[in-house]
Design a protein around this ligand. Sequence first.
Ligand code: IVH
Length: 696
Amino acid sequence: MAADGLTIEQEVAGLRDELRHHEYLYYGLDAPELTDAQYDALMNRLKALEAEHPELTTADSPTQRVGGKPADGFQKVAHSRPMLSLDNAYNQEELRAWDARVRGSLPAGDPVRYTCELKLDGLSLALHYGPGRNGASLVRGLTRGDGSIGEDVTSNVRTIRSIPLFIPAGKLKTAGLPQRFEVRGECVMPQAAFAKLNQEREAAGQAPAANPRNAAAGTIRTLEPNIVAQRRLDFYAYFLLESEAGAMLLDSQAAALATLGQLGMRVNPQVATVDSIEGVWDFIQRSEPLRDTLSYEIDGIVIKVDAAQQQRRLGFTGKAPRWAIAYKFAARAGVTRLNGVLFQVGRTGKVTPVADLQPVFISGTTVSRATLHNADEMARLGVRIGDSVSVERGGDVIPKITGVAARGPDSIEIVFPTDCPVCGTALIKEPGEVDWRCVNASCPARIREELIHFGARGVMNIEGLGEAMVAQLLGQTLEEASEEDGSPRTVRQPLVRSIADLYELTKEQLLALDRVGDKTAQALLDEIERSKQAGLARVLLGLGIRFVGERTAGLLAARFGGIHALMDASEEELIQVNEVGTKVAEAIREFFAEARNRELVRRLEASGVVMTAEKRVTTTVLEGLTFVLTGTLPTLTREQAKEKIEAAGGKVSGSVSKKTSYVVAGDEAGSKLEKAEQLGVKVLDEAGLLGLLGAD
Ligand code: IVH
């Protein structure tokens, strides 16, 4: 019996309505009414009921956002109508010229209203809704692709919380919509999610994504919905279409936005409908400063003729509608003097030229450093020290130099070093790569970065092992002249030359450092001691193996259970781990092939650093087998069945092919079962699956 004398079905339906409502308040309106804990409690209750009554689980339940991954990559699907781009205007004059063209193509004296929206810097998506029980369900999400044909990224789109999986009949009725319609809008990665992603990428030794747009586009094409769900993409709706070619559903863009809001879609609140191009210009002036305050990137304003009837009259050119235009903001740029170039050595030894600039104020921020990327880029720009250079703060994380504004009178050529600026080892460039690297694994610059990474929050979490402490441990403090003996400066011997040395530090050694008293020394030693228990996943992350980020480290730890099993794993065994491909497997093999790294592991282990993890893969009875799940199973939910299969070493895929080992079919299995029969793939029921797993 469910709570409050309701039937189970009623409680499940009620919980779903409630969760959808709160998702809308939270993700759609940014106005939550529940605490996270209250929301989780509702969600957990629904999950529990669905687990007990799998027959009640539906694909559009709020519990079902993260599902299986698309097995054979993304399918190409034709758009209902082309997804066009927009013509651009870069100044007020171009905007007025467009206004004149619009008015010139409409009956003389026809009043024209414009709806102005922010131009979000992301990627456009088309969402198809179709008939579901008592409403409309999200059936498909497509990328723009080439405009005519997009990619089916439904499994990833489902993980975006601001996209409703289901819209109840009541809302459709209020909005006057049929059960089948299409929504288009922009998918963006908020700045905070972007910053977090780049931290993780850097921790894994991967190049950071250049800007949130690239990161969002890369994420939506990731084959692992779990990862997409963690990246916190967002979606803002700006178009409502009928899926069958035909008239627009509503008679104006302003009404379409209002309706999208009623449906529970997230609609950007920064909009205005105005009745002249002056009104448009006002909106632009008011919106541009928002650029520095919004939690996502915008690169302009989109202006749309509001009336659907006028839109139809104006029609399209080959690639863009005549009834809309994008006003592009000027790049946030400035001109300043290049005072010098610093060559930074990263954790992997990569040497990056960084421009040291005369500080310049660019839209709210003082910029004094900008990247010059690499030697090729420096040569391409032709910059010299002493030049006036143009600096841009785009959507990119790090400002960049875009060119020489004026040659300085006594400018000097920048010479890329041939030796590491820190340790003097000759720099090496691999064929086909653009970066010069210091290959000395003991280079103090590299060790410094390794130590900072190792102690970082989310890695080994050693509080007190910040930049200043690391510098001291490396002996990089230069003491001021001591008054007593008058000796000039002393350069200290490094206390630490490798991560393993951290675990051999003594209190006496620490007390000899500047500004380190008994309390600080003891606190650091305690933290180091505590870090020994962090577990294999954290240690793997801390070792800084290329491409091994938090998630991969976790998966590897769970699969191998101990460092030795991992060190000895073959490439084939590594690739068996979800999300590990040949590139990652090779990086792991290379890392452990180096004697220095094996020695590091040996020393860490000898110091008592825990190098094991709870092995989550308990059996491997399904190793090498691929399963497809279809229909409703009598006792297990899809997720539970998937977990069991994966825990036993099997893989679960979304579509049936000749490579499928088994199709597990429950009630109301559809086309997948038919396909299995056509291809002669073996079919199991739930009992059959449990039999394979060795359970009763
Ligand atoms: S309307 C017919 N509205 O900008 C094309 N686009 O440069 C209609 N974009 O591909 C697009 N914010 O990805 C529209 N409020 C907005 C937008 C927007 C961002 C993007 C969209 C489009 C690109 C065109």
